[in-house]
Write a new protein. Structure first.
Length: 105
């Protein structure tokens, strides 16, 4: 799938160069796709992008469906149905040490 993104060329919203789609990312306005060169010209945009990615990773919670076994993550949203099978058997995954599991059994 990543290889497919490299073969499709798109135009940068700032410099109008055609670059592989995989090298484009949205500007902080969320509307303009920028190439690596144009994003590098604005260091504050790169700092903002890394902060957003870090905060998104910290707020994501892991869930699984007890009906079909599908595992997925969501940020700031508590799912009431499984996105795979549509059943309401979603549970939050808890990280538990294996020793504690054996002690509880």
């Amino acid at each position: 799938m990543v290889g497919e993104n490299r073969s499709v060329l798109m135009r940068c919203g700032r410099c109008s160069r055609q670059v592989p789609m995989g090298e484009l990312k949205y500007d902080k306005d969320g509307k303009t796709l920028l190439c690596v060169t144009c994003r590098g010209a604005h260091p504050e945009a790169q700092a903002h992008e890394s902060k957003v990615l870090q905060s998104a990773e910290q707020t994501r919670k892991h869930y699984f469906c007890s009906a079909c076994g599908y595992h997925f993550t969501r940020a700031n949203i508590v799912p009431n149905k499984c996105p795979y099978c549509g059943k309401d058997a979603v549970m939050e995954e808890k990280q538990v040490a294996s020793g504690r599991l054996l002690d509880d059994a």
